[in-house]
Design a protein around this ligand. Sequence first.
Ligand SMILES: [Mn+2]
Length: 424
Amino acid sequence: MQEEIQKHNLASFTQVSEAFDFLANKLTKNGLDVGNILSQLSGFQVAIPSWALGAGGTRFGRYGIGGEPANLEDKIQDVGLIHALTGCAGAISLHIPWDIPSDTQAIKELAAANGLVFDAVNSNTFQDQADQKLSYKFGSLSNVNKDIRDLAIDHNKQVIDIGNALGSKSITVWLADGSNFPGQSNFRNALDFTARSLQEIYQYMPTDWSMFIEYKPYEPHFYHTVIQDWGTSFMLANACGDRAYTLVDLGHHLPNTNIENIVSTLIYQGKLGGFHFNDSKYGDDDLTVGSIKPYQLFLIFNELVWGLDNNTKNNPAPAWMIDASHNLKDPIEDLIQSLDAILIAFAQALIIDQNALQAAQMNHDVSLAQEILQDAYRTDVRPLIQKMRASKNVAIDPLKAYRSMEIRNKLIAKRGVNSRATGL
Ligand SMILES: [Mn+2]
């Protein structure tokens, strides 16, 4: 594979070097440290969730894509492949119970051989498992029935145990709990039960672990959701302790929400723990990152870069992850495109003239402030990313390399046309 990547890179190396020199020259004249930008891009790592390697679907149906990874070993190999091509997907995020390792040591070794570490582990109390005695139909951590709450708490503890054995350092809790009809649920009691349940899970975590609390305004419930917004998540994180944080999933907002403002506020409080990338047109659409609203992604990265450069409350480095669903595209191609979009937005944010922007803000020069942001956004930063990839010996154009190596056909030949990813 490494040889094929080098062959692919050789074909475009001269062109990449010329484009890079031209851009680097311009950025240097603007007072930017291009070497520093390249090293920040090179160090940026995004986790791939174990559920993202197969075809997703909707409640209406699902169309397989062939050669899907049918077990955890295959999923790790797919992430390893993406990492070998892009150099920026060096972590996998497991979903329990869809991906419980049968042999922890063997799974750890396989991940290490693929250059991967284990990112946050994800619990699941949004569906019942085959052998489950009590049901989550009317809620899990928020349920009025203590036995059901305890079952959900024990599940989260088991997820921490599995993650701990693999070297994970965090758990992400996304709670689907809510209600579909007015009167069905007592809001305050549901929230109070949730706070107590989360506190019990938090207390169980090893002392070097963090908890990420994800929020979402609606779906699967359509009247009320217990952890509906960043404020509720923030409040619950504070109720748990210093190592509990809010997790922002881009798709978990009502249309036109100013997500960059939320990001800024959370970093201001040192409480932005995790980040799930995707894109959306209407709701939690889970589309390819940057496919619908690339300018919004850039504005979010502006807040991330500035916020973490001016990190007065010591916000830890957020856990980056792609959380998307692939209904039409080959999931590996979709993930490569998403990683591209993330790096492009990050690079654009890194070249913003922050001093000039601050001066424009101080002078109330609204037009100039917009010009400064859009000058960065309208710069083609791809030569920076290509140069970084060439120097890391990963594919300059990962999607093109993936296609020219005919990897999907090889996976179909190996795993079969009907192989189906577990959990979906
Ligand atoms: Mn998510």
